[in-house]
Design a protein around this ligand. Structure first.
Ligand SMILES: [Zn+2]
Length: 236
């Protein structure tokens, strides 16, 4: 979230009223990063996959409990999570770290995923993960877009006032989203139902063009994934 704060706004004298209710405190994040770095020091450098630098250490959360995790550089994150799980044996948080690599299935966000090499896109494609539905994985961008509106006022605030202002904004948007949840889900279902016939027709046309049948698709997918894994292994 890029919400800058002017240095001239000063540090203020008051403490935040909400604390970490909406946003983790800087000192807690720093402590967490230091803990992760104690197992696996951060590396710097350019990665060929995606246009984002290696930042998994900043994203890891010990409170992770979701089946799927969609991320712009999930390829780096998966490797990182496995390494942390392995290197943290004996640490009180080891069980949480371990769950992140064993209970979590990651996939690439749709638009950011396009910047990855082809084998990575094949291995980490969310469309082929059972239960991931048609998630774009770009939902975080919507949060950034909403919160960036507050930048024009929060850049003049003290750190504590800025934190409280943004926390209230987060509460407001959460409430707004919850109240509109039923309507939104029904709308999405109706849209999806409408699209089914269109996609079935598109698929049939493509299959006819290539002289294939629907039952050939899992085999082709498996071959494609195998080629992607072989390419990855050949680069190690
Ligand atoms: Zn990648």
């Amino acid at each position: 979230m890029k919400l800058y704060r002017y240095e001239s706004a000063g540090s203020g004298y008051m403490d935040s009223l909400y604390g970490n209710e909406g946003i983790e405190l800087d000192e807690d994040i720093q402590t967490h990063i230091e803990m992760i770095n104690s197992f696996k020091p951060q590396k710097r450098g350019h990665d060929s996959c995606g246009n984002t630098t290696y930042k998994a250490g900043r994203e890891i959360s010990s409170r992770f409990r979701y089946l799927y995790f969609c991320y712009d550089v999930i390829c780096n994150y998966s490797t990182f999570a496995k390494d942390v799980a392995k290197l943290s044996v004996g640490h009180p948080n080891h069980e949480d770290f371990d769950r992140m690599s064993t209970e979590m299935t990651g996939f690439l966000s749709v638009f950011h995923g396009r910047t990855h090499v082809w084998d990575c896109q094949v291995i980490h494609n969310g469309k082929w993960k059972d239960g991931a539905a048609v998630s774009l994985g770009e939902e975080q961008e919507q949060v950034f877009a909403k919160l960036s509106r507050y930048g024009s006022v929060t850049k003049h605030m003290s750190p504590a006032s800025r934190l409280d202002h943004l926390t209230e904004a987060i509460f407001y948007h959460n409430e707004e989203k919850e109240q509109g949840m039923v309507q939104s889900l029904v709308k999405r279902l109706m849209k999806a139902n409408k699209k089914v016939a269109e996609y079935v027709k598109k698929l049939q046309n493509t299959l006819a063009l290539l002289g294939l049948q629907e039952k050939d698709l899992p085999v082709i997918l498996q071959q494609l994934q195998q080629s992607a894994l072989e390419k990855k292994v050949s680069l190690i």
